[in-house]
Design a protein around this ligand. Structure first.
Ligand code: FES
Length: 106
């Protein structure tokens, strides 16, 4: 099972196991990772699942879709490596993925 590491703004790191086909947001919620709220349940309609993808993983996670980019406009402190974690599907290639959670969600 792929592992994903979430790092919060205090530099606390939490590594969780997740299933292929789920999303990074679901991995956070199922494992009680703080900092990901996911108010819309993964419908790309709230921007409260915002995370920063670690630089070395940006290529593998890919770019946000136009719909995701529109919703990211509502995120807090959006940066070039911002993604909505509900839009990142977990694959074997993402085993070891590192993302950071923002100071707060939108
Ligand atoms: S959970 Fe709402 S946009 Fe990701």
């Amino acid at each position: 099972m792929p592992k994903i590491t979430f790092i919060d703004t205090a530099d606390t790191s939490r590594t969780v196991e997740t299933e292929i086909g789920s999303t990074v947001m679901e991995a956070a919620l199922k494992n009680g990772v703080p900092g990901v709220e996911a108010e819309c349940g993964g419908a790309c309609a709230c921007a409260t699942c915002h995370v920063y993808v670690d630089e070395e993983w940006r290529e593998k996670t890919g770019a946000p879709s136009p719909m995701e980019e529109d919703m990211l406009d509502f995120g807090y402190d959006v940066r070039p490596n911002s993604r909505l974690s509900c839009q990142i599907k977990v694959t074997n290639d993402l085993d070891g993925l590192v993302v950071r959670t923002p100071v707060r969600q939108a």
